[in-house]
Design a protein around this ligand. Structure first.
Ligand SMILES: [Mn+2]
Length: 388
């Protein structure tokens, strides 16, 4: 049986990075609903992220998105984060909100547009130098809508060239995390549609390039945990963008649509060393909270990841290995299901109390008065959203 003290230590040591954009306004292409108290700038986003960390104890890092989180002096922003017990995490690039990128960014047929896109990526590395961020997260909206629109192979060549230039600019302790997504905004071809394409480019680039798995970026029915296990085995799993989906890239709260899938993913992570510090897997959220209150939604998401992780850590790996070696299919399956069916909420409450935290982060946040305070204080100005 798993050693409960070791399980608790692993849960206390887990780190989950929250996205700055999760605190701002977001919506669908139909409507963005605003909400009282939403941050007006990156500093206020950090104030909100600090509450998530205060009540969960496991969310000290915040991912930034450039240009949504553009500031004059990133060292000042970094100090502001440190003063609140936070660190600035992954820098997310944006090459999809400029008119120049109608036909793509780093894969665009015009070298001038590609130059502009690569220059933005290099600027993101400059920002990493100033913030102390270790990870550059790249997602490209590049692709085509119609057969014949552009040369598929030439676009791969352009992508490889751009990635190589950015890779060459990385410092010793910096990584490039290449995200993939099946479709959208392009509907015929996407230039990085799947883990295999990302993996092939990362392999060619070198050890500082790794794949990031956004759980919402697959075709329905895709076995994501297999991808995770494969990438971990190859040393190429850089991290996760956690969220959940019912239809396409829904960006709903992680663990909301399919907690069993999240457990299966975390089982492969835990079993294959992905929770070890040395594996350097970044557990990031990439979500939007369109209709629900944002800060409690982020807290709930962090807790959902913790619960899936706790269940994964409770899998009796010795019993599993024995059943697998004996070819006992049902016994092996039962070992996994026993762990999944365990109510881990009392265990997590204990982990929190042992660290001096409130056992129920959502209730603690609600009682803190923070929501009422920001609703009263953040009046006027322009609420943060996806505007570039
Ligand atoms: Mn993502």
């Amino acid at each position: 049986m798993p050693d409960i003290a070791a399980v608790k230590a692993a849960l206390a040591g887990q780190r989950i990075e929250t996205p700055s954009w999760g605190y701002g306004n977001s919506g669908t292409r139909f409507k963005v609903f605003t909400r009282a108290g939403v941050p007006r700038d990156p500093y206020e986003k950090l104030d909100d992220a600090a509450r998530v960390h205060e009540f969960t104890g496991v969310a000290p890092k915040v991912s930034l998105h450039i240009p949504w989180d553009k500031v004059d002096d990133y060292a000042v922003l970094s100090t502001y984060a440190k003063d609140r017990g936070l660190e600035l995490g992954a820098i997310n690039s944006n090459t999809f909100q400029d008119d120049a990128y109608r036909l793509g960014s780093v894969c665009h047929p015009d070298p001038k547009v590609r130059r502009k896109a690569v220059d933005h990526l290099l600027e993101c590395v400059d920002i990493m130098d100033a913030t102390g961020s270790a990870d550059l997260k790249l997602w490209f909206a590049d692709g085509t809508n119609y057969p014949g629109q552009d040369d598929v192979v030439a676009r791969q060549d352009r992508l490889g060239e751009a990635l190589a230039e950015v890779y060459g600019r990385l410092g010793d302790d910096q990584r490039l995390l290449l995200e993939y997504k099946l479709f959208e905004p392009s509907f015929y071809t996407t230039d990085v549609p799947d883990w295999g394409t990302s993996y092939a480019h990362c392999l060619k680039l070198g050890p500082k390039a790794q794949v990031v798995v956004d759980t919402g970026h697959h075709a329905p029915g895709t076995n994501i945990e297999f991808i995770v296990a494969f990438l971990l085995r190859e040393g190429k799993l850089g991290g996760f963008d956690f969220n959940s989906r019912f239809y396409a890239d829904d960006d709903l709260m992680v663990g909301a649509a399919d907690p069993f899938q999240l457990f299966r993913i975390m089982h492969e992570v835990a079993k294959n060393g992905g929770l070890d510090r040395a594996a350097n897997v970044a557990f990031m959220l990439d979500q939007c909270h369109n209709v629900e209150a944002k800060i409690p939604a982020v807290i709930r998401s962090v807790m959902n990841v913790q619960e899936a992780t706790a269940k994964a850590l409770l899998v009796d790996l010795d019993a599993l290995a024995a059943a697998q070696a004996a070819g006992d299919v049902l016994a092996a399956h039962a070992v996994l299901m026993d762990a999944y069916d365990t109510d881990v909420r009392p265990l997590l409450r204990e982990v929190r109390e042992e660290r001096g935290l409130h056992p129920d982060p959502v209730a603690a946040y609600a009682a803190s008065g923070w929501q009422e305070r920001i609703a009263a204080e953040r009046v006027g100005g322009e609420q943060a959203g996806w505007g570039a």
